[in-house]
Every structure is written in structure tokens, then in C-alpha cells.
Design a binder for this molecule. Structure first.
Ligand code: SF4
Length: 436
């Protein structure tokens, strides 16, 4: 069981889907991303961002807009097609695409025919090498037609935003979807050939009780999700204005949130799921659980991943690309993205060149979050020793020589411990949420 130490959770910390984090990005010189893409060799992964949803949820911090405005969707997709062509033209013959992910937003908020148009363009323009296809889906806009599309494309991995099965919580977060709708979606996805199905769930929602969470976990288990991500709702209306729709007074307090995180961990690990880092769970047969057992789990912009590729090229407004020496983000403003990309230009104007110190710190942070331990270079050990002391004193971590190990009770504090190795965190702390 986890013990609540509020003082150790008082600092807001990043989720570390990259290091440095997107909050530390600055302007990039023109041509930087083009050069990085042209230097990519061997296995690469692609991410396509579809920033549209049928209905916008009050809690959502994603870069997304309503899909009902068809003219915007169509011009955006035209710009995305242009970006695909621009990126493909830069790739060298040695590059091979092994993974393709569609995220958003909700990729199934566009028309199935539009989605198939993107898939055709990928086949025609990129060096695909039997890639693994994955997609994020909104059950509210999932149809039997999408099930057939998923089957025809060969998508085997899907992630559904479920969040909670409790109707009163769904109403409070502006995301109403019945259990019948979720069951039907699961049937369609399995029929379409999805073998790794993820449910996103949330704790810390307005009006949510432990019984509500238990119910959602039980539904999820019974529906056979292969993976489950259990995120704490981050209430940051100063950063995400649509969250002002959420009744602040109905949100569980910090201690109740901690108890819910502990409850989810205990429930899922007690029901056959392996813990994947601090907030993901997977059945032992799932590739993510296998990556944990093999010590190959990693972090990228999609969270925990079993993707070993060093290069991830993100396409679409706000999409982030990762290269060994560079992180680069496309223009977040969809209007500017549409204009620049439509002219055949890459839009990544912000990012950061990863210096050797960034890589060193990034490796330590990734090792702590993915494997629960890291060997600390002497300089980083000396720098973090005082900060680690309270975690060690509370039995949450152990330092043996230069090896830092996060103990089982330390899992909810993993991000806080990882942040001790983040050279940028003092400057950007206000932009993050609590670790639990
Ligand atoms: S469906 Fe997903 S991406 Fe779209 S608004 Fe809701 S949470 Fe955000």
C-alpha cells in the first residue's frame, strides 16, 4: 500500500514524455527540422495529429477543435497531405517506417474516406516496412464503418478515451457515453482486428467517489482491455480555459486523489495487470508488458511505449518530432499550420537541440520512470543527493553506490524524484500539474 507524504508531492512536475520538456522549447533556426529528417536512417516512426473531435470535453488540454466545421477539416487535411509529401521527399533511402500512430483530437472525428486517403498517401509516399498501426478513438464517433476501416488498414492497436463509467461524473466533464456504447465499441474494434486495446481512465474527477472508480475499473477489466492508462485529472484552468466549465468545488482533494491512484494500482495489479511505470497497466501478453519484462520500455510523446525507434516524426499542427539530437514542434496554431504547410514548408519553428547534458539527464529520467532505477553519473548524484534524502528516509527509494532504485512504495513519487535531475524545472514549474 502507498503512504501519502503531502510534502513530497507539493512540487508540480512534468510528465516527462520528453526531456527537455515542451515547456523548455525555444525558437529553432530555419532548416533545422529539414536537416534532422534528411539525416534519419534506419527505423523511424510516424505520428499524424488530427486535431478535431465531434464534441469537446470540458477537461481536455489537447490541441483540438470541433469537427463540425467541415471547411476547416478539409483545409487542414489538405495541409497535412502536403506535409506528408514534404517530409517523404526529405527522407533518405535508408529510412524505413516501422510504426504509424494517429492521434489527436480524435482521428475518427474525420470521415472514414478522409482517413483512408491519408493511409493511401502514406503507402504511396513513405518507405513502409510492415509497420505497426495504432489509433486513438472516441467511442462517441465510432461506427461499424470505422471497424471495417480499421480491419482494412491493418490497425492492431487502439486506445479509447473512456475516463469513467459513472454517469454523474461524465456529465460534469462534458463527456457522456453509456456502457452500451463502450461495449459496442469494444466489439467493433475486436472484429476489426485490434489485439492491443487501451482504455484511458481518470481519477480525481468532479463528484467522483472511490466506489465510482472501482466500478469503472471493474467494467474495464470485464471488457478485457489489454492496457489501461489511469491519469489524474489535472485542473489547470489558467492554462486550459475550457476547464472553467468543471465545478471546482466538486473535485476531490489531494489526499483523496492519492487514495484513488493507490486504489487503481491495487485493483489492477490484484486483477492480473502488470504495472507499467507509474500510471499504466497491461495484461502480461500485451507488448507493453513484454517491454517491461525485457527492460525495453521507453517514454515518447505518446507516453510509455515499446517503440525502440530513435526517430519519431510528428506531422500535423502542434505535433512534436523527436530525433537523437533534436526535439521540434510544429506550429500549434492550425491556421498558420494550414497556410505554411500548404505552401510546402515545414512548420516546426520551436524546439530544442538536445545537448550532451540533456541526453545524460534524459537517460536518467527515462530509466527511473520506465525501469524504476538508474545509474547516476557522479555529477548528477552529487547534485540530487540532498533532494533524494527525504525519499530515502521514508523508504521510497534506495541509493546503493551510484544506483538509485525506486522502491514499490515510491511509485507515486517517481515523477518527483525524476524531476530532481531536470535542470530546467525551476524556471517552468508553474506550467505543470501535481504528480498524483
Ligand atoms: S475526445 Fe479526447 S481529444 Fe477530444 S476533446 Fe475529448 S478528451 Fe479531448
Amino acid at each position: 500500500m502507498w503512504t501519502y507524504h503531502p510534502a513530497l508531492l507539493a512540487t508540480a512536475v512534468p510528465r516527462y514524455t520528453s526531456y527537455p520538456t515542451a515547456a523548455d522549447f525555444g525558437p529553432l533556426e530555419a532548416g533545422t527540422t529539414e536537416r534532422a529528417i534528411a539525416a534519419a536512417d534506419g527505423d523511424i516512426s510516424l505520428y499524424l495529429h488530427i486535431p478535431f473531435c465531434e464534441k469537446i470535453c470540458y477537461y481536455c488540454g489537447c490541441n483540438t477543435g470541433a469537427s463540425g466545421r467541415r471547411a476547416r477539416v478539409e483545409t487542414y487535411l489538405a495541409a497535412l497531405h502536403q506535409e506528408l509529401a514534404t517530409v517523404a521527399s526529405l527522407l533518405q533511402p535508408g529510412a524505413r517506417v516501422r510504426r504509424i500512430a494517429f492521434g489527436g483530437g480524435s482521428p475518427n472525428a474525420i470521415m472514414a474516406a478522409e482517413f483512408l486517403g491519408l493511409v493511401d498517401a502514406l503507402h504511396a509516399q513513405f518507405p513502409l516496412a510492415a509497420p505497426e498501426w495504432s489509433i486513438e478513438l472516441d467511442p462517441r464517433s465510432l461506427t461499424a464503418e470505422w471497424s471495417r476501416v480499421i480491419g482494412s488498414v491493418g490497425i492492431t492497436r487502439a486506445s479509447m478515451g473512456v475516463q469513467t463509467f459513472a454517469a454523474h461524473c461524465q456529465k460534469a466533464i462534458g463527456r457522456e457515453q453509456s456502457p452500451t456504447m463502450i461495449c459496442r465499441s469494444v466489439d467493433w474494434l475486436r472484429k476489426g482486428g485490434v489485439t492491443s486495446l487501451n482504455f484511458d481512465l481518470m481519477y480525481g474527477l468532479p463528484h467522483q467517489s472511490e466506489a465510482d472508480l472501482e466500478d469503472s475499473l471493474e467494467y474495464t477489466r470485464k471488457l478485457g482491455a489489454d492496457r489501461i492508462a489511469v491519469f489524474g485529472y489535472a485542473h489547470v484552468p489558467h492554462l486550459v480555459p475550457r476547464q472553467t466549465m468543471i465545478p471546482e468545488g466538486a473535485l476531490p482533494g489531494a489526499q483523496a486523489r492519492f487514495a484513488m491512484a493507490a486504489q487503481a494500482h491495487a485493483f489492477l495489479t490484484g486483477n492480473g495487470y502488470d504495472a507499467i511505470g507509474f500510471d499504466h497497466f497491461a495484461l502480461p501478453h500485451d507488448p507493453m508488458a513484454r517491454a517491461v519484462r525485457g527492460g525495453t520500455l521507453r517514454r515518447n510523446f505518446q507516453g510509455f511505449t515499446d517503440d525502440p525507434a530513435e526517430v519519431l516524426i510528428g506531422m500535423g499542427a502542434s505535433a512534436i518530432s523527436g530525433f537523437p539530437g533534436l526535439l521540434a514542434q510544429n506550429d500549434k496554431h492550425t491556421g498558420r499550420y494550414r497556410q505554411l504547410s500548404g505552401e510546402g514548408r515545414l512548420t516546426a519553428s520551436h524546439g530544442i537541440a538536445r545537448a550532451s547534458d540533456d541526453r545524460l539527464r534524459g537517460d536518467v529520467i527515462e530509466a527511473l520512470l520506465c525501469r524504476g532505477e538508474a545509474v547516476l553519473p557522479p555529477r548528477l548524484l552529487a547534485e540530487a543527493e540532498a533532494g533524494l534524502a527525504p525519499f530515502i528516509a521514508h523508504g521510497l527509494a534506495r541509493l546503493t553506490g551510484d544506483r538509485l532504485t525506486i522502491l514499490p512504495g515510491g511509485l507515486p513519487y517517481a515523477r518527483v524524484m525524476a524531476a530532481l535531475f531536470d535542470a530546467y524545472r525551476q524556471a517552468t514549474q508553474h506550467r505543470f500539474s501535481s504528480a498524483i
